[in-house]
Design a protein around this ligand. Structure first.
Ligand code: UDX
Ligand code: ADP
Length: 455
């Protein structure tokens, strides 16, 4: 029975290890973390992250071949293969602040591996990392004085939140990078053998280490670029009476372009896109490619423009002032089906509205707890509502920030009746039927489409 350890029980490590345990009953999988509260939650009925389907998988395996623990030393000693999925946020200090990845948690993990290991191991990078991190990892691990050998493998995770379990069960591809040496290839095979339990072999791609590390950054950069491209055109649509949905539906029919990931929105959020592009920008600068750095940086600038533009549109529509007006924020998560709010465009929209002295009432089916933390230091009048009807009562405007399906089921006639008039609806996700909302009486402002107003 092989023993797998995962260091870091977050959004990546948690679901990934649950699925590995589920698909590979012949392996024992242990997930460790320095955060005791998080581990306790993984061991309880109330898992620390919300992800459709995750509860069932964890319940099937926990206590059988899936364990959560804070005993990192024991985990390291016993493991044959160690996955590392600790956080690698953007640096907030020193050289490269605001761009480069902060690798302190990764380095600490490497140091605890050499402190506790007493046999050779395969160490798998799961966190997103700058290209060539594996080299640094290898140097730290091989600084051990006991002659222990470590093979570093890069196996980036491509799961998207909200669909993580399905993405893990049926991945488009699994990418495994290793050194082009005999031992490197053997280690690749060992990791590939795990996934081969449920992933068809032709979907398991093996590359050299550096290609694998770079592919993760590039995949996220290309995805984010699509969203920024569409959002840039949404601004033009609002000026020209073209309709972004019609434009993307028609353009996406070209199989070279493809229909997915062309939804105009308030902007992309999530823990990966911004961080990974910044990382790419930093790397390009570091390697003396300022033009390439600038090219990718524009994707982030466009994203920031989109949320500023959204608030500017709100102000312009609401007679240039939102001071002392109640605004209901529907949705705070960075996308539907997750409670995660990292880099959510809702954070920036709320802060801008608070600066304009609006009173905010925030509702989200899963993300209220995180919303509270995100806005902890924000000054102004904020309330958090479990009940969407409470959130909109007496509001001058609604701003839809997240495309939760449950919002479509709300009784908008009842909502309209309980609001101040004229009632404004700013749909940052093009979630609601603009014609139907207009008929009810709302002045409707979608993204990338002409506003429908009663003025
Ligand atoms: C992303 C990648 O998809 C995943 O492969 C990688 O492993 C991690 O980063 P995630 O951040 O979970 O996953 O969500 P994703 O579905 O990619 O959405 C990111 C953001 O883009 C969200 O805020 C989403 O609302 C926005 N988006 C996405 C759009 O605005 N329009 C689209 O068409 C698609
Ligand atoms: P991701 O979205 O990449 O999974 P998270 O922040 O959700 O990121 O999870 C990373 C986890 O890694 C956190 O729970 C954090 O406590 C954990 N972690 C960070 N450093 C260490 C370490 N040295 N040892 C064990 N766990 C760590």
């Amino acid at each position: 029975m092989k023993k797998i350890l995962c260091i870091g029980a977050g959004y990546v490590g948690g679901p990934t290890m649950a699925v590995i345990a589920d698909r590979c009953p012949q392996y024992t999988v242990t997930v460790v973390d320095i955060n005791e509260k998080r581990i306790a939650a993984w061991n309880s009925d109330d898992l620390p992250i919300y992800e459709p389907g995750l509860d069932e998988v964890v319940k099937r395996c926990r206590g059988k071949n899936l364990f959560y623990s804070t005993d990192i030393a024991k985990g390291i000693k016993e493991a044959d293969i160690i996955f590392v999925s600790v956080n690698t946020p953007t640096k907030t200090f020193g050289t490269g602040a605001g761009r480069a990845a902060d690798l302190q948690y990764l380095e600490k993990t490497a140091r605890s591996i050499i402190e506790h290991a007493d046999s050779d191991k395969i160490v798998v990078e799961k966190s997103t990392l700058p290209v060539r991190t594996a080299q640094a990892m290898s140097r730290i691990l091989h600084s051990n004085t006991r002659g222990l050998k470590f093979q570093i493998i890069s196996n980036p995770e491509f799961l998207a939140e909200g669909t993580a379990i399905n993405d893990l069960m049926n991945p488009d591809r699994v990418l495994i990078g290793g050194l082009e040496t005999e031992d490197g290839q053997k280690a690749i095979e060992e990791v590939a053998a795990i996934y081969a339990n449920w992933v068809p072999r032709e979907r398991i791609i093996t590359t050299n280490l550096w290609s694998s590390e770079l592919t993760k950054l590039v995949s996220n950069a290309l995805l984010a670029q699509r969203v920024s491209s569409v959002n840039s055109i949404s601004a033009l649509c609002e000026k020209t009476e073209a309709n972004i949905n019609e434009v993307t539906a028609a353009a996406g029919k070209d199989t070279r372009i493809g229909a997915k990931f062309l939804k105009a929105s308030i902007g992309f959020g999530g823990s990966c896109f911004k961080k990974d592009i910044l990382n790419l920008v930093y790397l390009c600068g570091y390697y003396g490619l300022p033009e390439v750095a600038e090219y990718w940086e524009q994707v982030i600038k466009m994203n920031e423009f989109q949320s500023r533009r959204f608030v500017a549109n709100m102000l312009a529509a609401m007679f240039n002032t939102v001071a002392d007006k109640k605004i209901a924020i529907l949705g705070f998560a960075f996308k539907a089906d997750t409670g995660d709010t990292r880099e959510s465009p809702a954070i920036s929209v709320c802060r801008q509205l608070l600066e304009e002295r609006a009173r905010l009432c925030i509702h989200d089916p899963k993300a209220l707890e995180n919303a509270r933390l995100d806005l902890e230091d924000a000054e102004g009048d904020i309330t958090y509502c479990e009940d969407p009807y409470e959130a909109v009562k007496g509001a001058h405007a609604i701003a839809v920030m997240t495309e939760w399906n449950s919002f479509k089921e709300l009784d908008f006639k009842r909502i309209y009746d309980s609001m101040e008039k004229p009632a404004f609806l700013f749909d940052g996700r093009n979630l609601l039927d603009a014609d139907a909302m207009y008929e009810i009486g709302f002045n409707v402002y979608p993204i990338g489409k002409k506003a429908k107003t009663h003025f």
